[in-house]
Design a protein around this ligand. Structure first.
Ligand code: HEM
Length: 379
């Protein structure tokens, strides 16, 4: 995301302040004492500004958004002049208790509304978080580099990317949360929704941090960055998760396999049909065990090419899932994760957290934390 450098604004302000000092100093219509006060006051402002700017420069913050620059923006009213930059501030970050409250509201809604699909909106919230983040391309240095930071999934154009079909359900689920907490950016909302869902579906604790800032339509990333499930080669999976998103082979195996332990495919969304596991509302390593140990055959049906388990014919695998079984390197990691559930979950906690931050630049005051589940809080 573009970072909003304060430098030109600071220079312009300094210049106009200096001009004001000069003008006042030469004004014959003002009394001498008024002139002195004006010059004195202006000097204080400039000295404070310079001090704050010094600290900004010495604060190693990628976003260029920190207390000093924000103080300056606020002081000079620059925030108001640039609506995008104005949100790119530390003051955007609330105390952890605020996000715990949002988490609880999402979690309680998940618990209350248990009639959807296999009994939870959790999986579709995870998919929304992943699709908001997976649009990132680390090679793209423009504002269209994608990822969750810009919150562009709120725009119709991104919603209409065929890979995002069906996600309106997740966005609608989160709508009342956004209405209750309008100060929460869409990027923070969508990613926190995914974190809440993973944790409430018995998954590992996911470190998360706030500070994403909604950006305008011009930041919408191009289509076709999210993976196409019809593809059948390791090269393709690596082109998305490696070249574009920056994950290694083991990390991509982990993300796909844990992601597809929950939820299901919907014929009216992707065209594919069915769940991957027998417990689609529990975050587990079951995907890996089933992928490796079950016998899979092509499903005979009118829909797109997908696999079904021979024994029960109730589970499914996408062509891209099957690549994790056929590619020898991917397969080795599947075997590792099938055997070691704890390792699978602790690795997922790390890579999912990273996925949700791709392309983001957080203010210095935004630290990673974990939030408590409803169970932890005895709610
Ligand atoms: C090669 C990579 C991937 C492909 C091709 C892919 C494709 C798909 C497709 C076609 C669906 C069905 C959508 C529907 O019909 O509703 C789906 C669902 C899902 N995906 Fe993936 N996906 C990939 C990676 C991931 C990753 C990395 C995650 C998360 C870490 C993830 C999480 C999910 C979840 C939770 C669902 C179920 C959503 C629901 O129940 O509504 N997927 N995916």
């Amino acid at each position: 995301m573009p970072s909003f450098s304060f430098v030109p604004q600071f220079k312009a302000a300094s210049k106009s302040m200096l001009n004001a000092v000069k003008a006042n100093a030469h004004s014959s219509s003002k009394s001498d004492s008024f002139k002195r006060y004006t010059v004195f006051g202006t000097s204080i402002v400039l000295a404070s500004a310079a001090t704050a700017y010094y600290f900004k420069d010495n604060n190693n913050n990628k976003n260029g958004s920190n207390l000093s620059s924000n103080w300056l923006k606020g002081f000079f009213g620059f925030g108001a002049a640039n609506s995008v930059a104005s949100r790119d501030t530390d003051t955007n970050i609330k105390p952890k208790s605020f996000y715990q409250q949002v988490y609880n509201d999402i979690a309680l809604k998940l618990r209350d509304e248990d009639e959807f699909d296999d009994g939870s909106y959790g999986p579709i919230l995870v998919r929304l978080a992943w699709h908001s983040s997976g649009s990132h391309d680390r090679r793209d240095k423009t504002e269209k580099q994608g990822g969750s930071y810009a919150g562009t999934m709120r725009f119709k154009k991104e919603q209409k990317d065929p890979e995002n079909a069906g996600l309106g359900i997740a966005r609608n689920f989160l709508k009342p949360i956004k209405e209750k907490y309008p100060e929460l950016s869409y990027g923070d909302l969508y990613t926190l929704g995914g974190v809440t869902a993973i944790q409430e579906l018995s998954g590992p604790k996911i470190q998360w941090r706030p500070g994403r800032v909604d950006q305008p339509k011009s930041a919408i990333p191009p289509y076709h960055r999210l993976p196409d499930a019809h593809m059948t080669t390791g090269e393709y999976v690596r082109s998305v998760f490696g070249t574009r998103l920056g994950f290694n082979d083991k990390e991509m195996v982990n993300l796909i396999g844990v992601g597809h332990a929950i939820g299901r495919c919907h014929p009216n969304a992707s065209g594919f049909d069915g769940p991957w596991t027998f417990s689609p509302t529990m975050v587990t390593n079951d995907f890996f065990n089933l992928l490796l140990n079950e016998e899979w055959e092509l499903r005979k049906w009118d829909g797109p090419k997908q696999y079904t388990d021979v024994k029960t014919k109730s589970l499914m695998m996408l062509p891209t899932d099957m690549v994790l079984r056929t590619d020898p390197v991917f397969r080795r990691y599947c075997e590792e994760y099938a055997k070691d559930s704890d390792k699978c979950m602790s690795d997922f906690a790390v890579v999912f957290s990273r996925l949700l931050e791709l392309g983001s630049h957080f203010p210095s005051s935004s630290e990673k934390f974990t939030l408590d589940t409803l169970d932890d809080q005895d709610i």
